[in-house]
Design a binder for this molecule. Sequence first.
Ligand code: IMP
Length: 175
Amino acid sequence: MVRILDKEFEPYISSEEIKKRINEMGSEISKAYQDKKPLLVSVLNGSFIFTADLIRTIDTPIEVTFIRVASYEALKSTGKVREILGLKENVFGRDILILEDIVDTGTTLEHLSEAFQDLGTKSIKVATLLHKPDAQEKASKPDFVGFEIPNKFVVGFGLDYEGMGRELKEIYQIS
Ligand code: IMP
């Protein structure tokens, strides 16, 4: 059990399980993008740890970049999204793989997919470590999913509660 600010969280997915599943995702992604040199777009802040671990399991050439968007405040999705910040690469005609820590309502993803489509990308796929299928209101299912989880708040492995808890090695679920 860990306490972050006013909330208690219990262990949910161990670091061994996460490692094993990320390895499998790396193989799936390597196979899907053989000889395509995709641009992996990691959505900060939450996906930085997932990104670092995932790309080291990929054995086909890729490029990686980092962007920011925000649609979340504390425990509940606000449904508001901001613009893509920090994209320097020319994405016209490129195969894009968006890397997310978690897909909840799908608002972030819907916005990003539309924005990338407008920029003339060749293809857009999504890899997410966690997916809350019960909460998904928008966008289609991500193409590569680490774990399907219930609609409960989680922290750790890059995910935060009010900015805290990102450093936890395992994923914890709210008690
Ligand atoms: P969406 O736009 O509702 O799909 O929310 C996506 C973003 O909300 C993620 O990139 C996270 O930053 C944040 N988020 C959603 N659920 C959780 C959670 O259970 N813990 C921590 N952050 C979350």
